[in-house]
Design a protein around this ligand. Structure first.
Ligand code: GUN
Length: 293
């Protein structure tokens, strides 16, 4: 069984990005600049945005964190988005989700200039991705593809079963893996809460992707011998034996499933670091204006 080490791979890719940034600076140009907007004090969002800012430092990007209280109005947030759209020094930016209930996430996402939408959440980027046109690919699906590719895991002709159909993970990953592309050509089964006999579906997977946000949901009897398991879940559960009183677990019961797997991602240290690294790759693309609309 191979542990797919996303932490080590993300360090390797970040070093590659750093070298490209050094070349940009050596030419006398400014480094890529990512901005993140964080509304409120959601602990998970704070942690994710903190990782993004730290990663920017590691790869030599400039970063700007725009923090606003939970009480910000939708119009105020839209004005911040407009300012970032108009700022020539900002190559790309993200608005960390979830937003408070009084703010319409769709409206905010639509307000982001697609050329700066390094999350790949704008419908223009999503639609271009679905049609196989150049686009910013959403970070988590892109991170999963990189993890498979750089570990030599073939997707062509493989049966991939995805558990969870979210707009930011399951659905785009299904589209990408079934595309006619290097890390595509898979046969994809998309499963969700209404799927009948889920275990029968997951047991057919050559590659199983768990992205539902339920701790330890995938048990050993739900996978076949030799499966490749990609665990996208990041769930915090109580653990009295830890000083913090909690720990992170994935959507897969790792200890039970790993012995049956050919390869598996750990949590933490699997998909999570790859997601942040994919955002850095998108920001580098934005700096180079690589995607033409
Ligand atoms: N919330 C959870 N994941 C993400 C992400 O990838 N981008 C943003 N903006 N918010 C998120």
């Amino acid at each position: 069984m191979v542990v797919l080490d996303g932490k080590a791979l993300s360090t390797t890719i970040k070093n590659e990005i750093r070298q490209e940034v050094d070349q940009i600076i050596a030419k006398g140009d400014r480094p890529p600049h990512l901005a993140a907007v964080l509304v409120g004090n959601n602990p998970a969002s704070e942690a994710y945005v903190g990782n993004k800012v730290r990663s920017c430092e590691q790869v030599g990007f400039s970063s700007t964190l725009v923090r606003r209280p939970e009480s910000i109005t939708e119009d105020e947030l839209l004005a911040i988005v407009q300012d970032l759209n108009d700022d020539p020094e900002i190559d790309g930016f993200i608005v960390q989700l979830p937003l408070p209930d009084h703010i319409n996430e769709e409206k905010v996402t639509l307000a982001i200039n697609p050329k700066k939408d390094v999350d790949g959440f704008h419908p223009l980027n999503f639609g271009r991705m679905a049609q196989g046109l150049p686009a910013y690919l959403p970070a988590t699906p892109q991170g999963v593809l990189l993890l498979l590719e750089r570990n030599g895991i073939e997707t062509s002709g493989q049966h991939v079963v995805i558990v969870g159909r979210s707009n930011i993970v399951g659905t785009p990953l299904g589209i990408l893996l079934s595309r006619k592309d290097k890390m595509g050509n898979a046969t994809v089964t998309m499963t969700h809460s209404r799927t009948r006999d889920l275990a029968a579906e997951t047991r057919r997977a050559d590659i199983l992707v768990a992205a539902i946000g339920i701790p330890n949901f995938i048990s050993a009897d739900m996978v076949k011998e030799g499966v490749v398991v990609i665990d996208v879940g990041i769930n915090r559960i109580a653990d009295a034996s830890r000083k913090s009183g909690s720990r992170l677990v994935g959507d897969v019961d790792y200890d039970a499933v790993a012995p049956k797997a050919k390869a598996i991602t750990p949590v933490p240290g699997g998909v999570g670091p790859m997601t942040v690294t994919a955002l850095m790759l998108n920001t580098l693309k934005a700096r180079r204006k690589e995607i033409r609309y």
